[in-house]
Design a protein around this ligand. Structure first.
Ligand SMILES: Cc1ncc(COP(=O)(O)O)c(C=O)c1O
Length: 399
């Protein structure tokens, strides 16, 4: 057989998808499995989204759409960005793609040459590393351990940017930790960014409407507007609107970057399906009660999850203030036994939890922090407390 391209030796399937797949398989075999693995919202978009789609089906032209994204969707996106204090952008600054993951892939392809450096904090969302590796970029990880609440400090950023990475990739609220940077923290990081003009700044802020405790969404350009000429804002319909399978992601930034994404789209996908565009435009511009209610519900769930975790002797969970993830430090389990199984690391914890207790979580090493464990609490409401109690029981049974 002829060979695959060399870059495929660096390409890995998504670790999260593999665990979710294993949980689904065990469930299909009749096991009682509670999955805290994949970050899928457990709700559907509002009825106005389905209504817009039904009406559109009667008018469907069936033809190709715009490589950039249709005007109704981009207008709705610009309107939604204004709500986040990001105004002054036009359609020429925007582009759509098949989810934020595809936007990020496009951006990496558009901005990185092979061997260029991309810097991002650890714990990171798994695909950042996977995408960079496929494209042959050099990755510079900026460790943000639980002792610093998984947050990057201005001094760390300053030091990292001294080597002039091509991209600094920032994620707020964070997947996997759920941490949210405060107004002052963002302002301090923005002051550092202005000192390093050679680096693009990508803000993967797809959980921007899922922020608790009144912390609010803050962006570097709120404090240092001069960063607009190299800041790229990434958004998605997946989590906020309960639409992961519709696959709509968006970006806004300098026109040259948006144009580059449009060129890549024209060669990869042509356009996202128009039915998904119509649904996304309706979600962004219609009533916002679903995301608002869900945000309040996730804040309540966060309390349950964090209280149970921090009640387990030895486990420590910095308190997340956004998204629907908790990322406890579970290293107290290492070197102990569950039954006759020796627990050496985070993967062993996850395997034992799945097999002994039927709970699926993602090992922290998938996110570059092997002391952690990601719990996605966007499960069915009735599964939350039983699942968390199983985790508590698991830790109490360690010897
Ligand atoms: C931080 C972050 N960025 C991007 C994505 C990709 O989202 P989408 O479903 O729009 O591709 C995810 C999905 O889990 C995410 O958590």
């Amino acid at each position: 057989m002829p060979k695959l391209a060399q870059r495929m030796s660096r390409a890995k399937p998504s670790a999260i998808m593999q665990i979710a797949q294993k949980a689904r398989q065990l469930k299909a075999e009749g096991r009682d499995i509670i999955s805290f693995s994949i970050g899928v919202p457990n709700f559907l978009p509002g009825p106005h989204v389905y209504q817009a789609v039904r009406e559109w089906l009667d008018r469907d032209s069936g033809s190709y759409g715009s490589n950039r994204g249709g005007k109704p969707l981009l207008d709705a996106f610009l309107h939604s960005m204004k709500g986040l204090g990001l105004d002054g952008y036009g359609i020429e600054n925007c582009a759509v793609a098949v989810g934020a993951k595809h936007i990020l892939y496009n951006l990496a392809e558009a901005l990185l040459d092979e061997g260029d450096e991309i810097a991002f904090p650890t714990p990171y969302w798994t695909s950042y590393l996977d995408i960079a590796e496929i494209l042959g970029a050099r990755v510079r990880l900026l460790p943000c351990p639980p002792e610093q609440n998984y947050k990057l400090t201005p001094a760390q950023l300053d030091q990292a940017l001294a080597s002039k990475p091509r991209i600094f990739l920032f994620n707020n609220p964070s997947n996997p930790t759920g941490m949210v940077y405060t107004r002052d923290e963002i302002a301090a990081l923005a002051d550092v960014l202005v000192k390093h003009p050679d680096t693009w700044v990508i803000n993967d802020d797809i959980y921007n409407r899922m922020i608790f405790d009144g912390v609010g969404y803050h962006n570097f350009v709120h404090f240092r507007p001069e960063l607009r000429e190299r800041m790229i804002f990434v958004d998605s319909l997946s989590k906020t609107y309960g639409m992961p399978g519709w696959r709509v992601g968006l970006m806004a930034g300098p026109k040259a970057v948006a144009d580059a994404v449009v060129v890549l789209n024209s060669n990869h996908i042509t356009n996202i399906p128009e039915v998904a565009e119509v649904a996304a435009a309706a979600a962004l511009s219609g009533p916002q009660d679903v995301p608002e209610e869900k945000c309040a519900e996730f804040a309540r769930r966060r309390d349950i999850v964090v209280d149970i975790l921090n009640g387990i002797p030895g486990v420590e969970c910095p308190r997340p203030q956004g998204a629907f993830y908790a990322f406890p430090d579970i290293s107290c389990a290492f070197g102990k036994r569950h039954g006759d199984r020796l627990i050496e690391n985070d993967v062993d914890v996850c395997t034992a939890l799945m097999e002994a207790k039927g709970v699926a979580c993602v090992p922290g090493s998938a996110f570059g922090e092997p002391r952690g464990l990601r719990i996605s609490y966007s499960c069915k409401p009735e599964e939350l407390e039983p699942g968390m109690n199983r985790i508590r029981d698991f830790f109490s049974e360690l010897t």
